[in-house]
Design a protein around this ligand. Structure first.
Ligand code: NAD
Ligand code: UGA
Length: 479
């Protein structure tokens, strides 16, 4: 019999759980959706009446929260109660790379997933469909099933479970759009009834032909593979951008030329400072671990190369900034435009900005960091360094030897530029394309450099205002 789902619980109110359940609630007004998280601070922010305080910034998310919260969408720390009333439970918790023990540095740490399975085993009532939403190594469903099965004999009340894999493909910054119009929804499982029950929910807004059914292992592996392929494209194009700079070619021309081949396609070919985000590195390393585990070292080495290239590329950018500034940046002020790992998100996890800023601080630069959505507190955490007070008189100096290796958080880009030697664009926020380079040029110390790691700034405006420009993958100096 196909279960008619009326009550859903999602464990994990993060970048996936929050937006995913919001879009589901918006499209399924007859289903009650309760999102729970053990982090009470995060839950408090999800419930704040000021929508600017939501813990996650995603364009369009605030309007959905406004429509659904308190109607068919709730956020709480009430795990026990919400699990026990649910017909379907999504596990959407974090699966970071293991820090210690077997597989440290590569395998996924599944302790939170296991904890969820135990909680579900303990509190669920009647028949419950458990859905893996987190990105998981192949065969994790086996672990979840084993824990759930054990509970059937542990507890007296009759409980039955089905486990499905339904990985999430949303990208941050475009999460709402991706969830509302997904390229596909992937559902893997053994029970046809459970698969149909979950498909019926998605059918409320996703066309039937975009809902794909596979076996559970294909579904788990497809998610890791999709991220590995996407990240591989970024490392590929970034490797060629270095070659462009050495040969006189231009990476944007090369991207366009290869992207017009319909077999390659034009998306995901923008060379940048190296991929960031919480998942690409973690998921590839997990794939590497799995390949090694299954005795396939050549496969492991192939994918590990994607991560190695990305690490090299990020440090390459720091090095060339230092080289262009006469081989030393100590006592020099450098403005950093953007700290998030991409535009339209406040997420900084694995952001290239962290590596590049740490390199520059290590070399003695004084950094003035700007980002429209990332907070000073978050940057302090990422750089493991407290910011200096931005009310202090630091802009008056013509050199910054007393501020070597320090940084300041600066909301005003024009103030940030005062007496600086270089501006480095790391995140492609739209507002950086509107900068008045005439004003900036008058404020900087000469010779002044602009490093555009995203190829998003107007080269003409920068050069016409007497600034020196380095642009990713632009080999024009070598023509
Ligand atoms: P996140 O860290 O933002 O959120 C996870 C949340 O789960 C946290 O708030 C944490 O407190 C909570 N949590 C952990 N264990 C819990 C427990 N036992 N009970 C209650 N709450 C618990 O993580 P995220 O970015 O949302 O990612 C979640 C999963 O989705 C990961 O596996 C990730 O790989 C995958 N994924 C992420 C993205 C993305 O864009 N961030 C996209 C697709 C898939
Ligand atoms: C990525 C995938 O795109 C999602 O499908 C997946 O669900 C998600 O990971 C996940 O599993 O977490 P996300 O990391 O949010 O999404 O963002 P992307 O748009 O993929 O960007 C990742 C990184 O690559 C960013 O640092 C971005 O700046 C960089 N990038 C992307 C480029 O340098 N060039 C490009 O052409 C595209």
């Amino acid at each position: 019999m196909i279960p008619n789902i009326k009550n859903i619980c999602c464990i994990g109110a993060g970048y996936v759980g929050g937006p995913t359940m919001s879009v589901m609630a918006d499209n399924c007004p007859d289903i009650i959706i309760n999102v729970v998280d053990k982090n009470s601070e995060r839950i408090k922010l999800w419930n704040s009446s000021n929508l600017e305080l939501l813990p996650i910034y995603e364009p369009g998310l605030d309007r959905i929260i406004e429509r659904c919260r308190g109607k068919n969408l709730t956020f709480s720390t009430d795990t026990k109660e919400k699990i026990s009333s649910a017909d379907m439970i999504f596990i959407s918790v974090n699966t970071p790379t293991k820090k210690n023990g077997i597989g440290a540095g590569q395998a996924s740490d599944l302790k939170w997933v296991e904890a969820c399975a135990r909680e579900v085993a303990m509190f669920a009532k009647g028949h419950t469909i458990v859905v893996e939403k987190s990105t998981l190594p192949v065969k994790t469903a086996e672990v979840i099933k084993t824990i759930l099965k054990a509970s059937q004999s542990n507890y007296n009340d009759a409980k039955t479970f089905e486990v499905l894999s339904n990985p999430e493909f949303l990208a941050e910054g475009s999460a709402i759009e991706d969830l509302e119009k997904p390229d596909r929804v992937l559902i893997g499982g053994e029970s046809a009834d459970a698969i149909i029950a979950l498909s019926n929910i998605y059918k409320n807004w996703v066309p039937k032909d975009k809902i794909l059914h596979t076996n559970i292992w294909s579904s788990e592996l497809s998610k890791l593979t999709a991220n590995a392929f996407l990240a591989q494209r970024i490392s590929s194009i970034n490797s060629i951008s270095a070659l462009c700079e050495s040969t006189g070619a231009d990476i944007r021309e090369v991207s366009r030329a290869i992207g017009l081949d319909s077999r390659i396609g034009s998306k995901f070919l923008d060379s940048g400072p190296g991929f960031g985000g919480s998942c690409f590195k973690k998921d590839i390393l997990n794939l590497v671990y799995l390949a090694k585990y299954f005795g396939l070292p050549e496969v492991a080495n192939f994918w590990e190369g994607v991560v190695n290239l990305n690490n090299w590329h990020q440090h390459r950018i720091s090095k060339l900034i230092i080289q262009k500034l006469f081989g030393t940046i100590s006592g020099k002020k450098i403005c950093i435009l953007g700290f998030a790992f991409k535009a339209n998100t406040n997420d900084t996890r694995e952001s290239a900005a962290i590596t590049i800023c740490k390199d520059l601080l290590e070399e003695g630069a004084f950094l003035s960091i700007n980002d429209p959505k990332v907070t000073k507190k978050q940057i302090e955490k990422d750089l493991e360094k407290i910011s200096i007070d931005n009310n202090s008189n630091y802009t008056c100096s013509s050199d910054f030897f007393d501020l070597e290796g320090q940084w300041v958080f600066e909301k005003n880009i024009y103030k940030s530029a005062e007496n600086s030697d270089a501006i480095v664009l790391l995140t492609e926020w739209a507002e950086y394309s509107k900068i008045d380079w005439n004003i900036i040029s008058k404020k900087m110390r000469k010779p002044s450099w602009v490093f555009d790691s995203r190829s998003k700034l107007s080269a003409k405006d920068i050069i016409n205002n007497g600034l020196l420009l380095w642009k990713i993958g632009d080999g024009s100096d070598n023509k």
